[in-house]
Structure formats: structure tokens, C-alpha cells
Design a protein around this ligand. Structure first.
Ligand SMILES: NC(=O)c1ccc[n+]([C@@H]2O[C@H](COP(=O)([O-])OP(=O)(O)OC[C@H]3O[C@@H](n4cnc5c(N)ncnc54)[C@H](OP(=O)(O)O)[C@@H]3O)[C@@H](O)[C@H]2O)c1
Length: 256
């Protein structure tokens, strides 16, 4: 039996590139997103590699359980869970529709937490010699400071980082790897979806290929926190040193 990676948000951007890397490393794939046609494109690009497509809107309450049940109906087990699906919304907290922000929390936080809870037992039990198993959560450099004009998004990524680091400690006596990938601005559909294409954030970006490679290599090496690129590493380090109020002002400046 081959190891299997379940990757959410595999229809584009960082998740698409991570899917290619996990497939190349020998993992069968289970890919989740709303855009079934783009998941089909991924399967076509992988030309014969085993890819199971599970179209699912993760903003729907209970979606993680639906995904888990479908995986079990298919008789599959997950070796690596990549919680990548996520999105941001740009604007003042009080002016952004509450329902949209709740959907963001459902995808970025609740689905990620529920999928981890559902699949962790079988990930722990998986027996593969010399092939990594665990959970790769996609956080962001947004996790390191408060983010005015993207308040809920930044807070959701702080949750992902804190949650991941806590699991590292809980699982330290197992061979389960838990990693939080914290990309900075990356050239994907993220800024269009977030309506943040006008901000300074888009001026210094990395490619999704480079971010995914950094995440994949870091996960294989068992790193707990992976920050791709020296500029993002410097920024994350500076955010840790600054008083929180200054870090919030810096994030606000970048959002203009
Ligand atoms: N790009 C950046 O600058 C940046 C920086 C730091 C962190 N990140 C994080 O990286 C991750 C990937 O984002 P990206 O940059 O690759 O953006 P992207 O190109 O917009 O990709 C987002 C992925 O998430 C999926 N997704 C969004 N809402 C979903 C929903 N309701 N149900 C299921 N899937 C959903 C999308 O698929 P469908 O639309 O097909 O459903 C897509 O595959 C996110 O967690 C994001 O927060 C991005």
C-alpha cells in the first residue's frame, strides 16, 4: 500500500504546487476544493498518478466530516494531511459582512481543526518506514502580528500557528510530524479573492512553486515552523521583537 496525502485547496496556488510535490515523492493524492474542473486539471497534469477528487465547500459546517466519510467509503487511509484551503478578506472589520467573515473562520480554522481531529488517529497508526507522516498546516506570516483591515484573517492564521505548535509538543514522543508553513505574500489568486490587490503587500511576492517547495522540504525535515524566503523570515523576526501595537501599525501600513 502507498502513502496517501489529503490536500485541501489543491485547485490552485500553493495547494496545487504542494500536490505536485507530494505526488512526485510517491504519495497517492486525495484532493479537496470547490472547483472540480481545476482538480481534474491537476489529475490530468499528473497523468496516471492515483488522484482521488473530492469536491467540497469547506465553508459549510460539517464539511470535514463529509470529507472524512467519503474517504472511508472509498476504503482509503490518510498518511499526510495538508490543511491548505483558506482565504482572506480585506476591509474594516465592522464593514465586512459578518457572514463572509464567519465563512472564512469556518474554512481557515474550523475545517482545519476538524480534519486534523478526524484524521490524526489513522496518521498516528500509519506504518511507513522512512516516509514522513503528519499534518502540514498552512498558516502565514500574518500569524506573527495583528492585522488591521484583515483582522479576522490575521487572527485565524495566529490560531493555525498556535494550534500547530501545541500539537508538536503533544506528539513529541511519536513519529508524527506537525508543521506550520508561514508564507508571506505569494503570487496566487489570494489577493484577488481578498480584494487586496491595491495593497503594498503585493509588491514583494514569492512564487507558489517556491513556497510549496520550502513547505514540502521543511515538512520532510520535520520542521515545526517553516517561513519561506529570507525577507519573510526577517519580517517574522522583526514582528516578534516589536511591541504588539507597533507590529499592528506596521501591518496596517502594508495594507494601504
Ligand atoms: N498567497 C498569499 O500571499 C498567502 C500568504 C500566506 C498564506 N497563504 C495561505 O495559503 C493558503 C493557500 O492560498 P493561496 O495563496 O494558494 O490562494 P488561492 O490560489 O486563492 O488558493 C486557495 C485554495 O483554497 C481553496 N478554497 C478556498 N475557499 C474554499 C472553500 N470554501 N472550500 C474549499 N476550498 C476552498 C481554493 O479552492 P476553490 O476556490 O476551488 O474552492 C483554492 O484551492 C491559504 O490558506 C492562504 O491563507 C497565502
Amino acid at each position: 500500500m502507498k502513502p496517501t496525502a489529503l490536500i485541501t485547496g489543491a485547485s490552485g496556488g500553493i495547494g496545487y504546487e504542494l500536490s505536485l510535490l507530494f505526488a512526485k515523492a510517491g504519495y497517492n493524492l486525495i484532493v479537496v476544493a470547490r472547483s472540480e474542473d481545476k482538480l481534474e486539471d491537476l489529475r490530468n497534469e499528473l497523468d496516471g498518478h492515483p488522484v482521488t477528487i473530492l469536491p467540497q465547500d469547506l465553508s459549510e459546517p460539517g464539511a470535514a466530516q463529509v470529507v472524512y466519510d467519503k474517504v472511508k467509503e472509498l476504503g482509503l487511509n490518510v498518511t499526510v494531511l495538508v490543511n491548505n484551503a483558506g482565504f482572506g478578506l480585506n476591509g474594516l472589520f465592522e464593514e465586512l459582512p459578518l457572514l463572509d467573515q464567519q465563512k472564512m473562520l469556518q474554512v481557515n480554522v474550523n475545517a482545519l481543526t476538524e480534519l486534523t481531529h478526524l484524521f490524526l488517529p489513522e496518521i498516528k497508526a500509519a506504518r511507513f518506514r522512512s516516509i514522513p507522516k503528519g499534518v502540514l498546516n498552512i498558516a502565514s506570516t500574518a500569524a506573527f502580528q495583528p492585522g488591521p483591515k484583515m483582522a479576522v484573517y490575521y487572527a485565524s492564521k495566529a490560531y493555525v500557528l498556535s494550534f500547530s505548535e501545541a500539537l508538536v509538543e503533544e506528539l513529541k514522543d511519536t513519529n508524527v510530524t506537525i508543521s506550520a508553513l508561514c508564507p508571506g505574500a505569494t503570487e496566487t489568486n489570494f489577493f484577488k479573492t481578498a480584494q487586496a490587490e491595491h495593497t503594498k503587500l503585493v509588491k514583494q511576492t514569492m512564487t507558489p512553486e517556491a513556497v510549496a517547495k520550502s513547505g514540502f522540504v521543511g515538512f520532510v525535515k520535520g520542521r515545526r515552523v517553516i517561513i519561506p524566503g529570507p525577507a519573510n523570515q526577517t519580517m517574522a523576526y522583526a514582528a516578534k521583537l516589536l511591541p504588539r501595537s507597533w507590529a499592528a501599525k506596521a501591518a496596517h501600513y502594508m495594507d494601504q
